[in-house]
Design a protein around this ligand. Structure first.
Ligand SMILES: [Zn+2]
Length: 462
């Protein structure tokens, strides 16, 4: 039977001030180590160090570099390897995206593609090419007379395109603990603290015992302890439908079955926007004041602001409440969608490709803050896995701009789609039907360029 990884949570009761402070300090230091690793090892030169955390660790120990962290060794070692794993998966992602692009690049021969993939497989060769160093032509390509200079430049260009910014963690309230850093006893989890041999006893609301590396998240004055656990998937024999879904404008989802899920999504999302705006202005005010004091030499006052940052505490509290509200709203309607539609397959837009720019008015776009989009996707994929539902991503180009009945280009106005042949349709339902149809489209693939899609669609109606 299939399994999925479910992120389970345990909760603590309110912590006393001393324990809370110590955990906050651990979180801060832990994050500091990670960010140091990011800044030092996420560049091109460190490609050769990937998977060799051991080497860095030994170096830190030998040179006593680790002393500056002021953290029990197990913590900084864990932070180091966690950051290295993230750097590594960053590079894997870059390679994956390059491979996708190479696959659909019409200017490349199959030998060209083979060469690029060959280079990407070897960190040594890949590194040399990014560093503009000469490489010996691999044996398999001898006599093939490829345009090596061009191909190498292409690898560099693609890498630059996908490299993105250096990873950086600004959440200092999360850290990991492996089995050597905690133990369970009598409803308590005892976590290694900063003082030698002294563990912090933390009372939990349940008696479950874990034996994996856990994530500790400090939320307000309580802890959440996250643990990934394998759970068995469900197998619904009566789930037989194939549906297309679209993120709605007034509703959370519109489905090709003509149904909507999640009313008033705008209300929920605009509350989130309002909050974000409020937070920003509050923060700006706070920093202006802080900087003022610093410039005027009022170090004490500046420090006071930092320490008694009351606005921040309030903000965190509001954020927490609101996050929870938005999350449970999304989960509730995702469940309802799955239970009602009984799908065996869900077809949706590939969010990596879509930028919502040309689909929604600015005001809505702002409302769908990035974390909400990410959260919806993550939950959708998880629930699909859990319920044994296949999910398929399609190329979303023009799915909200053409009529699903006759294929004509139409006008979208709010939630009305106007087709000159078929009259007014609901814009989101129309899009969801186009999304479903795209699955069966033999010509438009996930990688067909936006402009090319337009060309194809125009040819169809002429
Ligand atoms: Zn039409």
């Amino acid at each position: 039977m299939d399994t999925v990884i479910k992120n389970t949570k345990q909760y603590s009761y309110e912590l006393d001030k001393e324990t809370l402070n110590e955990l906050l300090i651990i979180g801060k230091k832990y994050t500091k180590v990670k960010n140091y690793v990011y800044s030092r090892f996420s560049g091109i030169n460190s490609i050769l160090l990937l998977g060799k955390d051991r080497k860095i660790r030994d170096e830190w120990v030998k040179t006593r570099f680790y002393e500056q962290w002021n953290l029990p060794a197990r913590y900084w070692k864990l932070a180091l390897s966690e950051a290295m794993v993230n750097i590594k998966s960053g590079w894997s992602n870059i390679k994956l995206r390059i491979k996708e692009q190479v696959k659909v690049n019409p200017n490349l021969s199959s030998d060209d593609k083979h060469y690029i993939n060959y280079i990407l497989k070897s960190n040594k060769l890949y590194h040399k090419i990014l560093r503009n160093k000469k490489i010996d032509i691999p044996k398999v390509f001898e006599g093939k007379r490829l345009k090596y200079k061009y191909l190498n430049n292409l690898i560099k260009r693609y890498t630059r395109k996908y490299k993105g910014r250096m990873p950086y963690s600004n959440k200092s309230t999360i850290f990991s603990i492996d089995t050597g850093l905690y133990s369970y006893k009598d409803g308590y989890i005892n976590i290694t603290g900063l003082r030698k041999g002294k563990r912090l006893p933390i009372k939990l609301t349940d008696n479950n015992i874990r034996n994996k590396t856990l994530k500790v998240k400090i939320v307000g004055n309580k802890l959440e302890i996250h643990c990934p656990l394998k759970v068995k998937c469900k197998n619904h024999k009566d789930y037989e439908n194939i549906i297309g879904i679209d993120k709605g404008y007034k509703y959370l989802f519109a489905v090709s079955s003509d149904k909507f899920y999640g009313e008033k999504s705008n209300d929920y999302l605009s509350k989130e926007t309002e909050r974000l705006n409020q937070v920003n202005s509050q923060r700006n005010r706070f920093y202006a004041l802080y900087n003022n004091h610093l410039e005027n030499g009022n170090i004490q006052k500046a420090t006071n602001i930092l320490e008694n940052n009351l606005g921040k505490i309030k903000y965190n509290h509001n954020k927490l409440k609101n996050d929870q509200r938005v999350k449970s709203y999304i989960n509730q309607y995702l469940n309802q969608l799955i239970e009602t539609e009984k799908p065996k397959e869900i077809v949706m837009e590939n969010l990596d490709f879509v930028n919502w720019n040309n689909k929604y008015p600015k005001s809505v776009k702002r409302k769908l803050s990035r974390w909400i989009k990410g959260y919806i996707r993550e939950r959708l994929e998880y629930k699909c896995d859990y319920n044994n539902i296949k999910y398929t991503y399609i190329n979303p180009a023009y799915t909200s701009k053409v009529c699903n009945i006759c294929g004509q280009f139409g006008q979208r106005n709010g939630d009305v789609f106007k087709c000159s042949n078929c009259g007014n349709l609901h814009a989101d339902i129309n899009a969801s039907k186009n999304i479903l149809n795209r699955k069966y489209d033999k010509v438009i693939s996930l990688y067909t360029k936006y402009s090319k899609v337009k060309e194809i669609l125009e040819k169809r109606i002429s």
